[in-house]
Design a protein around this ligand. Structure first.
Ligand code: OGA
Ligand code: MN
Length: 202
């Protein structure tokens, strides 16, 4: 881990402690982002994005009044070089978190999320009621040339402070607690919206 990466991880953690969330725009290089974007575009073209469910295990069901994104899970042993770079980078972040914050994160799960124009995900928490494994949520955006007027904001609703609205511009990475931070994905009326959502679990 280089000094730059060390500083980046430290800033993400300090931001979370201070503001209940943090974000940066240099988590991955431009070329890795381009590789992930093209991988996601092929999954969409091949029809491999599937309607997301809500809940988990036996409680899992589709509910279009709550969420309308389509997802494809990223395999930890993926052979796609860009997915490997993403996974390794997140694992270095996890190791840093575990070492400095005693978080004992032991696994990572991630999926591509595709929100077609007009699709949304209503206000929710990422931690399930019947399974508390998800500790931290991460989101990485893959939307080239996203403009303010395209909408598609991620709203964060910290419990004791004003809501925070984040535009899903390419390369932006967002970090928050899965059990505490309620959040919502607003629709875009102009274009599709692509991201990778991940969860750090124990
Ligand atoms: C999720 C989620 C946020 C986003 O998948 O649980 O809240 O901005 N995604 O894509
Ligand atoms: Mn969420």
């Amino acid at each position: 881990m280089g000094i730059d990466e060390h500083n980046q991880f430290e800033a993400l953690i300090q931001g979370l402690i201070a503001d209940d969330y943090s974000s940066c725009t240099d988590f991955l290089s431009i070329s890795t982002l381009a590789g992930l974007r093209s991988q996601m575009e092929s999954l969409i073209l091949l029809g491999q994005m599937n309607p997301a469910g809500i809940g988990n295990k036996s409680d899992m069901h589709e509910d279009r009044s709550i969420r309308r994104d389509k997802v494809n899970w990223i395999e930890e042993l993926s052979t796609n070089e860009f997915e490997q770079i993403y996974i390794k980078k997140v694992w270095r972040f996890i190791e840093y978190l575990n070492k400095t914050c005693f978080t004992s994160i032991t696994s990572l799960e991630s999926h591509y999320s595709h929100y077609e124009q007009g699709s949304f995900y209503k206000r929710h928490l990422d931690q399930f009621q019947n399974e508390k494994g998800r500790k931290f949520s991460i989101v990485l955006y893959l939307n080239q040339d996203w403009k303010e007027e395209d909408g598609g904001l991620l709203s964060l609703y910290p419990s004791n402070r004003a809501e925070k609205n984040i535009s899903p511009v390419e390369g932006r990475f967002v970090f928050f607690r899965s059990d505490e931070m309620e959040h919502e994905v607003h629709p875009s009326s102009t274009r599709n919206r692509n991201s990778i959502a991940g969860w750090l679990k124990n």
